[in-house]
Ligand binder design. Sequence first.
Ligand code: PGA
Length: 250
Amino acid sequence: MRKKIVAGNWKMNKSHDEAIELIQSIAASSYEESIHLIVFPPTVYVSEITKITASTEISVGVQNSSQYDAGAYTGEVSSSMIKSIGAEYALVGHSERREYFNEQNDELAQKVNQLLSDGLTPVYCCGEVLKEREDENHFNIIKNQIEEGVFHLNENQIQNCILAYEPVWAIGTGVTASSGQAQEMHQFIRSLLVEKYGIDVADSISILYGGSCKPSNAKELFGNPDVDGGLIGGASLVAEDFIAIANSFG
Ligand code: PGA
């Protein structure tokens, strides 16, 4: 059985006090035990947040990490540092990192390697922009992002990754991929995994959907056989909404 995961990407939001209040509200909420919750706060708050989540089943991750091990890389935070403050997950290649920080697949592959070698779980994100979908090029784009970002990994390594499909045109726009569009792409991603690693490995990897996922549409999205949960942006900033999404599995 694949893990059902609901992950909250807080992006560059919340003051220190607001961030602590948010995690405390999430930690105090009740949700289906079989669902794994992960929060991705801004890195500066992670140390304090992991102390709060230590007595819960909630996991913590960061939104970005360096592809380098250590040394003279001003402004960067390494995966071993992240691990040492209690985080276990890291987003890799979120579309905002690809777009605003020009992150390319080869650099993202290095980040994945660095995280795995430090014992963290990468959540590798992929997604097409609107033009690519309109041009009916979306399957090629996703194939390329997946192949170049994670297909150098061996069977064991890929099973320590989570994938997230986030159509860029649906992120923060209020436009959600239809349930059918989400399932179609998730099924395609899983078929790539089957081809490369075989059915057993492909069946064990969680693929999350992201892009304007909210309490009103989560149930339909999560009802799809290849959608194993969500990577939630805006709605993860309100504890009630985040928990309502976590309680949306059938
Ligand atoms: P959104 O963001 O839920 O606000 O669309 C999703 C994401 O960027 O991870």
